[in-house]
Design a protein around this ligand. Structure first.
Ligand SMILES: Cc1ncc(COP(=O)(O)O)c(C=O)c1O
Length: 376
């Protein structure tokens, strides 16, 4: 793609930090791991951070560390990346989807209570596209029903709900560092928590079930290799130093997009200034209004790609993914707000160093394609 959908932003400092690790004898479980964890914990104000090799493995370890088991119900959103529900299935827990708020695209907190049953144990909150979910309401419900909260903050490092950093509001939160994220380690993830037991359990489980006092070949629980190498951690340390300036750059790009597209009645644009929180801009997603069909959206995306502009259909709802529809019998119409949004979203090129000229070109191409689409 001439203008990619996303692009990592790696500077000389990341490259030098990687070289430094490669010249050392400690490529894994070394000093960079500890440093990255300390920096991440400090960034969100958490007591502990546990680095892992992906956001998915981080979420899975939270499910394990909280002791969620077969038959336990966990309330979550159908409008997310599939991993937020899959990690529940890994432990045979049951994702219970709750409809989203059409404005924010996050779980509709007003609909959570109706989904609670005697089997409900937790809420998996997702901060979709880096926009904070309404944590005050969610925490209040969780406290009332004695539910745990896992925050899937994989798309939301640096976002704030009221004045609190997301990830550090529930029992445990997870950030992800795939190259399309605000900051990257190539692959990677980070659990943050204030709970000593969750942190201890996550550290043990990521390292094949070895606890801190175990001999190398002693395994006290069924664990995994979810370790993140010191090479990845070295990249993360440097990226984290730049996170606040990266978030400013991304917000500036989002504002530019909104200004360019504001006059066009065909779009529903993302909100930027929230009354009670702060977005960490992961992707810039516009929605076509209700006069457009999914087929028209798809053809616009295809045409954009043909002209060299990367676009994404974020997200196809989880309940309609073939595996979920076949296994659980979900069908179209089960979560109509999520489906309606999913059929009309277009993620536009969005990365730290996107230029004004690139944004101009993306908007001009999109607006030109919309007119002859036959919707009006
Ligand atoms: C909402 C959400 N949850 C979980 C993940 C999983 O993260 P990873 O790809 O690092 O496993 C992602 C990654 O894209 C995500 O967007």
């Amino acid at each position: 793609m001439r203008i990619p959908l996303s692009a990592p932003d790696i500077s000389e400092s990341e490259i030098n930090a990687v070289v430094e690790v490669l010249r050392s004898p400690r490529l894994s479980l070394g000093p960079k791991l500890e440093e990255f964890e300390r920096d991440a914990a400090d960034y969100v104000g958490a007591k502990h951070a546990v680095a892992v090799n992906s956001g998915t493995s981080g979420l899975h370890l939270c499910v394990r560390a909280l002791g969620l088991k077969a038959g336990d119900e966990v309330i979550t959103t159908p409008f997310s990346f599939i991993a937020s529900a899959n990690v529940l299935l890994y432990e045979n827990a049951i994702p219970v989807f709750v409809e989203i708020d059409s404005k924010t695209l996050n779980i509709d907190a007003n609909k959570i209570e109706a989904a609670i049953t005697p089997h409900t144990r937790a809420i998996m909150v997702v901060h979709v596209f880096g926009r904070p979910s309404p944590m005050r309401e969610i925490v209040e419900i969780a406290n009332r029903y004695n539910l745990k909260i896992i925050e899937d903050a994989c798309e939301a490092i640096g976002a704030e709900s009221e004045d609190k950093k997301v990830g550090n509001i529930g029992d445990a939160g997870v950030f992800a560092f795939y190259p399309n994220k605000q900051i990257t380690t190539g692959e990677g993830g980070m659990i943050v928590t204030n709970d000593d037991e969750i942190a201890k359990s996550a550290k043990m489980l990521r390292n094949q079930g070895r606890d801190a006092d175990s001999e190398w070949f002693e395994h006290v629980a069924l664990g995994y290799n979810y370790r993140l190498s010191d090479i990845n951690c070295a990249i993360g340390i440097e990226q984290l130093k730049r996170l606040d300036s990266i978030l400013k750059q991304r917000e500036t790009a989002a504002r530019k997009y909104n200004t360019q597209l504001a006059k066009n009645p065909h779009f529903i644009l993302p909100e930027i200034d929230l009354p009670n929180g702060k977005i960490s801009w992961f992707v810039y997603v516009v929605r076509l209004n209700e006069n457009f069909t999914r087929a028209q959206r798809d053809s616009i995306v295809n045409e954009m790609r043909k002209s060299g502009i990367g676009c994404g259909r974020y997200f196809a709802p989880i309940h309609l993914q073939p595996f979920y529809a076949e296994t659980f019998g979900y069908k179209s119409g089960d979560f109509s707000v999520a489906e309606h949004a999913a059929e009309r979203v277009i993620a536009l090129p969005f990365f730290n160093r996107i230029t004004d000229a690139q944004i101009d070109e993306v908007c001009a191409t999109l607006e030109k394609l919309i007119e002859p689409s036959g919707a009006f």
